[in-house]
Design a protein around this ligand. Structure first.
Ligand code: PLP
Length: 447
């Protein structure tokens, strides 16, 4: 046990391990997401979260670099957002009827993300993506959807990503037992940042393609920025072939710029999906586009529904989060600066420890992972998927967790920096990581 966290430990009544076992007995797999359950080599059961720290059930306080997979741009427990949600909770939280918050939330989205003139709200990214694809199919009368390798658009049957690169070059096959075998029949896939592959596919199947969907900043397979000019090229190709362009900005929306990746890279999609930062940690998502693009929903010709979709609490979370973003014009510049600082310190540390790592960053999204061997340059056309040294990365993660620094055990999951991550806190975290990169001792070994 390190001195870093030992001092902060309260008398332990229950260990993380015991707490997780209790959960596992009644929650299948120990958590309500297969993806999250897969990523837990060392139990960590939370009792509180504040700023950029989480406290576990043993009373240890850890610096969190994953931050709940990205929603908390102002840190955990942000009083500006939470206070508004709490006040709304007392007023009206879920009536199934409209309130003026619906208009206010949607107007704020449209102010920040210009292409989202009209929206619909949903409860999760998966739901919003599924409805967006349905809308694209209804609009075009076509069935195929093109995705990119490594991109994640939720767990719904027709879009779940190819689970392993070995499965085949271009077609996505059913990802898991229990899925309808034909569900992915209309989902095609090409390598990320490979405009030629997309062009070739669209030339072959263009008239059947309803939409091309992508994460404009890939953040589910490590982090990978779009290659120079790539998004513009995709825009041209989709327009030429009459397919809609969908930006899945569940992660990048309000994260890489106030207007999301489309503002950062100057490319406007037909439809956009946002979530995560949108609600500051409250479960809410939205999808939208021009009024014309959303007209089939308004006319009841395409279906999107949900009892909780657009509930008053979710709308207050959206208005509180987006108002705070609008009130902080220097937000993205300061996130860029701490991002640069982290990147530089990590690069220096990795070089000194002679460890083969990948460090890729867009603003406050940082991809960091130990590599099996070298990887193509970030943004390179047809970027090869990174070959992460999964076990070595997990070992490093566990040693850091033992010393009070949490990042995700899966190197494909990025770090999400927030305004709560001050330089001294980040320096402390990176000192631990760099130290552990150099001293490759087994996890759990006393220092
Ligand atoms: C880019 C992207 N799209 C869609 C989703 C699915 O969102 P949810 O898990 O809220 O259903 C995620 C989840 O992380 C995501 O990162």
């Amino acid at each position: 046990m390190s001195t870093l966290i030992a001092n902060k430990r309260l008398p332990a009544e229950v260990t993380n391990h015991q707490a997780l076992e209790r959960i596992r007995a009644v929650v299948a797999g120990g958590g309500s997401s297969n993806m999250r359950n897969l990523g837990v080599p060392r139990p960590l059961v939370v009792s509180a979260a504040r700023g950029c720290h989480i406290t576990d059930v043993e009373g240890a306080e850890l610096i969190d670099l994953n931050m709940g997979y990205g929603p908390h741009i102002f840190g955990y427990n942000d009083q500006d957002v939470l206070g508004r949600i709490a006040a709304q909770m007392q007023r009206a939280h879920m009536t199934g009827l409209p309130s003026d918050l619906d208009a206010h939330a949607a107007e704020l989205i449209g102010t920040l993300v210009r292409s989202m003139e009209q929206v619909r709200f949903a409860n999760s990214g998966t739901e919003a993506v599924a409805s967006t694809l349905r809308l694209a199919r209804a609009t075009t009368g076509r069935n195929h959807v093109v995705t990119f390798e490594g991109h994640y658009h939720g767990w719904s049957e027709t879009i779940i990503r190819k689970v392993a690169p070995e499965l085949g070059p271009r077609e996505v096959r059913p990802g898991a037992p229990g899925m309808i075998p034909e569900a992915l029949r209309y989902t095609l896939q090409v390598p990320w940042n490979d405009a030629e592959a997309l062009e070739e596919l669209l030339n072959r199947t263009g008239r059947t393609v309803a939409a091309v969907i992508l994460e404009p900043v890939l953040a589910n397979d490590g982090v990978s920025a779009p290659a120079d000019g790539f998004l513009k090229r995709v825009r041209e190709l989709t327009t030429r072939h009459g397919a809609l362009l969908i930006f899945d900005e569940v992660i990048s929306g309000f994260r890489v710029a106030a207007g999301g990746a489309q503002a950062r890279y100057g490319v406007s999609p037909d439809l956009t999906v946002v979530s995560k930062v949108l609600g500051g940690g409250f479960p809410v998502a939205a999808f939208g586009g021009s009024r014309q693009m959303m007209a089939p929903l308004a006319r009841n010709e395409a279906l999107h529904a949900g009892v909780y979709a657009g509930n008053h609490l979710a709308m207050s979370a959206v208005t509180a989060s987006l108002e705070k973003i609008l009130a902080n014009p220097s937000l993205y510049e300061s996130l860029e600066q701490i991002g640069q600082h982290v990147e530089q310190r990590l690069r220096d540390g990795a070089a000194r420890s002679s460890t083969d790592v990948t460090i890729e960053r867009v603003g406050s999204i940082v991809g960091f992972g130990l590599l099996e061997d070298g990887l193509g340059q970030p943004g390179e056309a047809g970027r090869p998927r990174p070959r992460f040294a999964m076990q070595a990365h997990r070992d490093l993660q566990m040693r850091c967790q033992d010393r009070g620094v949490y990042f995700h055990p899966n190197p494909r999951e990025p770090w999400f920096l927030s305004t709560a991550h001050t330089r001294p806190i980040l320096d402390k975290a990176i000192d631990v990581i760099v130290d552990e990169l150099r001293n490759k001792r087994p996890a759990g070994t006393a220092r």
